[in-house]
Design a protein around this ligand. Structure first.
Ligand SMILES: [Fe+2]
Length: 265
C-alpha cells in the first residue's frame, strides 16, 4: 500500500467537500464481476503466457495502463481489470513467501507490499481473527481484492453525499462473507468505496490499488459507521462519521513487514 499508505493522515490533511450521487452498479450487489466476464476472452489481444508467475502477469497487464480515468469510469467492463481479476485467481498464499502456519501464528495484523508504482500498488494484508481492518475509504480509486487464506466479513458502503465536515451520508452496499474459494471483488469510486474487513478466521487478503493512495490527492480517511433511523428504502441508511486525528491514533493498523515473495519487474 499501501500498507504504508494505510496510515493515519497528517493532522493538517484536508478534504474538499464534494457530493456525488451513487447509482446502481451494473454488476451484482456483491460488487463482483460475473464468472462469465472473468473467464471470457473479452479484452484479450494476446495469448497468455502460462509459465509466468501470477504477480508477473498482473504487473505486465497493468503496465499497459495508459489512461487511469478510463478504468475509473468503467471498472466493471475494462479489459485491464477483468484480466487482473483473472490473474488474481491464480495467486496462492505461498506466492507471498509464507504458508498457513505463519498466518496461524499471527498475533497482530501485518501488511506486505508486493509492488509499489506510480499507477498501481499490490499489497497483502495478514489479519488474525479478531483484528478488524477499520472502516476506511479509497478516494477516486478502484481496488480489486481476493482472499488468499481464511474467511472474513466484508462491509462496504457507497457514498450518497459528502458533508462539509468530512462525514459521509452513505448506503450499505455489501454485507457478506468471503472465503478463499470466492472470486475477487471490486470497489470503485462510486460503489463500495468505504469498507471494513472483519476476519472470521485468520485470513490474508490481496489488493490491487488503482491508482495507489497519495497523501495529497488520494489520502486515506477512517470512519465510524452510525446506522440511521430511516426507512429501508432510504437512499442513505448510514452516516459515516470521519474520525478525528486523535481518534485515528487509537486505531490498530496492520504493521508493515518485509515481503519475501516473488517480485515482478
Ligand atoms: Fe481498503
Amino acid at each position: 500500500m499501501m500498507p504504508e499508505r494505510l496510515q493515519i493522515p497528517h493532522k493538517d490533511s484536508s478534504i474538499s467537500p464534494t457530493s456525488s450521487s451513487a447509482t446502481p452498479s451494473p454488476s451484482s450487489s456483491s460488487l463482483q464481476l460475473s464468472a462469465d466476464a472473468i473467464n471470457s476472452s473479452y479484452g484479450d489481444d494476446e495469448t497468455e503466457n502460462t509459465s509466468l508467475h501470477p504477480f508477473q502477469k498482473i504487473f505486465d497487464n497493468m503496465q499497459r495502463l495508459n489512461n487511469v480515468q478510463e478504468v475509473l469510469q468503467s471498472p466493471y467492463s475494462h479489459p485491464l481489470v477483468i484480466r487482473a481479476i483473472r490473474h488474481m485467481n491464480q495467486v496462492k498464499l505461498e506466492d507471498l513467501g509464507i504458508d498457513g502456519s505463519y498466518v496461524q501464528s499471527l498475533t497482530a495484523g501485518q501488511c506486505m507490499t508486493v509492488l509499489e508504482s506510480r499507477r498501481f500498488d499490490i499489497a497483502a494484508f495478514l489479519l488474525p481473527a479478531g483484528f478488524k481492518l477499520h472502516l476506511h475509504d479509497h478516494p477516486n480509486m478502484v481496488v480489486c481484492s481476493k482472499l488468499l487464506h481464511g474467511s472474513a466479513s466484508i462491509k462496504s458502503f457507497s457514498r450518497v453525499k459528502k458533508r462539509k465536515n468530512g462525514d459521509v451520508d452513505a448506503r450499505l452496499e455489501v454485507d457478506m462473507q468471503k472465503s478463499v474459494t470466492d472470486e475477487p471483488w471490486l470497489l470503485t469510486p462510486r460503489h463500495g468505496n468505504y469498507h471494513e474487513i472483519t476476519p472470521l478466521t485468520e485470513c490474508v487478503m490481496l489488493d490491487i490499488l488503482l491508482p495507489p493512495y497519495d497523501d495529497e490527492q488520494r489520502p486515506c480517511h477512517f470512519y465510524h459507521a452510525v446506522k440511521k433511523n430511516v426507512d429501508e428504502s432510504s437512499e442513505s441508511n448510514y452516516l459515516l462519521k470521519r474520525l478525528t486525528y486523535e481518534e485515528q491514533l487509537q486505531i490498530e493498523l496492520p504493521y508493515p513487514v518485509t515481503y519475501i515473495g516473488y517480485r515482478p519487474s
